[in-house]
Design a binder for this molecule. Structure first.
Ligand code: GLP
Length: 246
């Protein structure tokens, strides 16, 4: 695992965007796994700038989002559909048919999960997966537990996650209880993974996860330790408990 510690969130966002743009230059039809949350917002802004400057072309890029809340429609301001279009897709030249996000209001949610995996399998696997990390070590919405599920599935969000994500909602009660998430197997099959972490509230989990000597379902991100190609870009605040890396 490669760990890059950068000064601050601005630098993290620029470095992450540059990383993604380089992968697209190498493979214009890159299958790109995308994350939401506050961490990748700056990266999306920087990628939009690179696009506007003619430095990256998304016309052949295929995207798959990690997750979506169950019960929120694409028009709902708190849905990940809405987030992705507002912050990224509507500013770049990606064809709508190349965009994949689980449908949180599908009539048959189990069927939607199967359909999502089938779509991913059409491309064999994800080339580059972007990840954030939850304060409890979740990736996507793969929450700590006794077992982790490999394929796309419905998951019940932990209270910790609902509390952390309530920053986007008017009240904590509005945070949905369930979400569709790509499974850990799909994430681990990605050729390359880029994990981003910013801010002091991530320092503890970054310290714990990078210090793990074994993988554990209690810290889903620990599985990344056995992936052959993971880069972590972490800002100084998130890295404050780790030493001698960079
Ligand atoms: C959310 C998302 C994750 C994200 C994480 C961290 O629950 N499902 O994909 O990485 O939490 O979010 P943030 O970047 O806002 O800290």
């Amino acid at each position: 695992m490669k760990v890059i510690v950068v000064k601050d969130y601005t630098e993290l966002s620029k470095k992450a965007a540059f990383f993604v743009a380089e992968e697209i230059k190498k493979k214009p039809d890159l299958v790109l796994g995308l994350a939401t949350g506050s961490t990748p917002l700056g990266m999306y802004r920087e990628l939009v700038k690179l696009f506007q400057n003619g430095e990256v072309d998304f016309s052949r890029v295929i995207t798959f989002n990690l997750d979506e809340y169950v019960g929120l429609s694409p028009e709902d301001k708190n849905s990940y559909h809405y987030y992705m279009f507002e912050n990224f897709f509507k500013h770049i030249n990606i064809p709508p048919e190349n965009i994949h996000i689980p449908n949180g209001i599908a009539d048959d949610i189990e069927e939607e999960c199967r359909r999502y995996d089938e779509e991913i399998l059409k491309y064999e696997r994800i080339d580059l997966q972007i990840l954030g990390i939850g304060i409890n070590g979740h990736i996507g919405f793969n929450e700590p537990g006794d077992e982790l599920i490999t394929s796309t599935h419905v998951t019940e969000l932990s209270e910790e996650t609902r509390k952390a994500n309530s920053k986007f909602f008017e009240s904590p009660d509005e945070v949905p209880r369930f979400a569709i998430t790509m499974g850990l197997g799909t994430i681990m099959k990605a050729r390359k993974i880029l994990l981003l972490a910013s801010g002091k509230e991530k320092a503890k989990i970054i310290f714990e996860f990078l210090g793990e000597e074994s993988v554990s379902t209690k810290v889903p991100a620990s599985f990344l330790l056995i992936h052959p190609d993971v880069t972590c870009i972490i800002d100084e605040k998130a890295a404050q408990l780790i030493k001698g890396q960079g």
